[in-house]
Design a protein around this ligand. Structure first.
Ligand code: FES
Length: 333
């Protein structure tokens, strides 16, 4: 059975078959909606339902917060239309075709497991980002990959992203092995509201990251937004070699009087044991952060870490959802 789907303030209208998700059906009708994991977890595709009924057929909606659910947001990558529906793009959720622009790669730093890529936008670029946001990059076959921006907004037009090398990852292969300076990328965005919950309360800030989840945190810390608060950065990985940002951390330790860093390694050897915690980042959190501390927590990284940390914060620390901010990183294929 087919239902009519319309997206307010755009020209997007199409009929959606109950056998396809709304995102798939939009694409079959030639509309490019922003998407990421297509599993119901990254929130990249979220739309606001204004009228009509949808039903989830796949995915687990972990990406949507309670507030977003209350405000009628849904994930079209996992939902089918069950009646005619009208919806609205999220505040920054422009369609991809509205936001595309070219960028020239100006620096590539390849280190084991991660590539740090810098590119420059054109002088006429309309891309104004804020710390904690991310961009989409077009990859072959008109697919898209999403990466957090790792630098702070300046007028110089530079953007930095950190790309983890994934096994069999088409785009991570391209970036980590083949792209060269002066190659051109097509990018979209910026997107995301990772720090939209920022307010004036004086709570300690705890950043929790795994892998390249460090990238948006780098942007936020460098922006100085939280300079007056006590800042913790808890980073988790398997081995020390994955800790690709040690120079930056050393600099922060020397220049930011309020900065505390702790590393958790799940597979460490004896030497590494001297300078890091053994185990997972949740273990370090329990050890370093008191149950009674006034905290606000920003988490970026693997779905497993985000899930475990969210449980810990809600159940043990009784932390209100307003003080928990998440940015889930799914391995890009
Ligand atoms: S693409 Fe829909 S939640 Fe990730």
């Amino acid at each position: 059975m087919k239902h009519f789907v319309s997206i307010n303030k755009t020209e997007i209208e199409f009929f959606s078959d109950e056998n396809f998700t709304i995102l798939e059906q939009a694409e079959l009708n030639g509309h490019s909606l922003k998407n990421g994991c297509r599993l119901g977890a990254c929130r990249v595709c979220k739309l606001k339902l204004l009228s009509g009924d949808i039903e989830y057929i796949v995915g687990n909606k972990i990406g949507l917060t309670k507030k977003e659910l209350d405000e009628n947001y849904f994930l079209p990558c996992c939902a089918v239309a069950k009646s005619n529906i009208a919806c609205e793009l999220d505040g920054d959720n422009k369609t991809l075709s509205e936001t595309k622009e070219g960028a020239v790669i100006c620096d590539i730093k390849r280190i084991p497991g991660v590539t740090i890529l810098k590119f420059k936008l054109s002088k006429r670029s309309k891309m104004n980002f804020i710390p904690g946001q991310y961009i989409g990059i077009e990859v072959p076959n008109r697919e898209y990959r999403y990466y957090s921006i790792a630098n702070i907004p300046k007028n110089d037009g530079y953007v930095e992203i950190h790309v983890a090398k994934n096994k069999n990852g088409v785009f991570s292969d391209l970036i980590c092995e083949k792209l060269e300076v002066n190659d051109v990328l097509w990018i979209y965005g910026p997107y995301g509201d990772f720090i939209s919950g920022y307010h004036d309360e004086v709570r300690d800030i705890v950043f929790v990251a795994t892998g390249t989840g460090f990238a948006p945190i780098k942007s936020i810390i460098e922006s100085g937004l939280f300079n007056e608060r006590k800042i913790y950065l808890l980073w988790g990985g398997r081995r020390r070699v994955e800790h690709y940002f040690s120079e930056i951390i050393d600099n922060w330790k020397n220049t930011l009087h309020n900065f505390n860093f702790h590393m958790a390694l799940s597979r460490q050897n004896e030497e590494e044991h001297l300078e890091s915690h053994c185990g997972y980042v949740q273990d370090v959190f329990r050890k370093e952060i008191d149950l009674n501390d006034d905290i606000e927590v920003y988490m970026c990284g693997s779905p497993n870490m985000i899930n475990d940390m969210s449980e810990l914060l809600k159940n043990d620390y009784q932390l209100h959802e307003d003080y928990i901010h998440v940015d889930v990183f799914y391995p890009n294929s």
